[in-house]
Design a protein around this ligand. Structure first.
Ligand SMILES: [Zn+2]
Length: 230
């Protein structure tokens, strides 16, 4: 039986193995019910290198409450989204390559595959106040306001952020958003896309991404990451 912090370690390994690591940058946060703060990895480690000992517990104001190592300067991303969205327990921020390239095109994200469905409602929001690091509470709050109640947000020139009630969902949304961006980039290279799901079909297709199906996809990513570590 794994507790929440163990699942956070698994989420790092899963997203690292899924190609979301950027050397030692990007991070996943998990709300801590007892303190009102959140767990995330200490700065300086790659996703694949995360262990329980390399996590830090931060207060909602960014103070280190437990764990060793420096905090990431972009901790306000997590603090402010968790503050703005009480139903959210997990926030993912990565510099996933396809998302960064796609965001530079300022093109609406179309649901040309199942991957885009959680975001094409009708488009994924973009945070454009800055492409620099989100190192202040003001910027974090602005990002949270842009995300609003969406599943994810693109930050042109920087990366993506996803949020949800569970680690499995937030991690899967990061994977799905980057895949949706990669698919559309391929379609654009081929002269398209010409066909995509309209709003009513997107609404109907939301039913495929249940908490159970997202958890199933996440479990697969965890197993695959575990296999790769043998
Ligand atoms: Zn970043």
């Amino acid at each position: 039986m794994t507790d929440g912090v163990d699942q956070l370690v698994e989420a790092y390994h899963a997203l690292g193995n899924a190609g979301h690591g950027d050397l030692v940058w990007g991070h996943i946060a998990l709300r801590d019910g007892s303190t009102g703060g959140f767990w995330m990895k200490a700065a300086g480690w790659g996703f694949e290198e995360v262990t329980r000992d390399r996590l830090v517990l931060l207060s909602s104001e960014g103070s280190v409450l437990a764990g060793k190592g420096p905090r990431h300067v972009e901790w306000p991303i997590h603090a402010e989204i968790l503050r703005a969205r009480p139903e959210v327990s997990a926030v993912v921020h990565t510099h996933a390559g396809a998302a960064v390239v796609f965001a530079s095109l300022a093109t609406p994200l179309r649901a040309i595959s199942h991957d885009g469905v959680p975001f094409a409602t009708p488009d994924v929001p973009r945070f454009t106040d800055t492409a620099d690091l989100i190192r202040s509470s003001d910027l974090g709050a602005g990002l949270a306001a842009t995300l609003a109640d969406a599943n994810g947000v693109l930050i042109p020139g920087h990366g993506l952020v996803t949020a949800s009630a569970t680690l499995a969902e937030a991690a899967m949304y990061a994977v799905l958003l980057d895949r949706a961006c990669a698919n559309q980039l391929r379609a654009l290279q081929a002269g398209g896309p010409l066909l995509w799901s309209d709003a009513s079909e997107v609404a109907a297709k939301q039913a495929m991404w249940t908490p159970a199906s997202l958890a199933s996809g996440f479990d697969y990513l965890v197993r695959r990451a575990h296999e790769s570590r043998r």
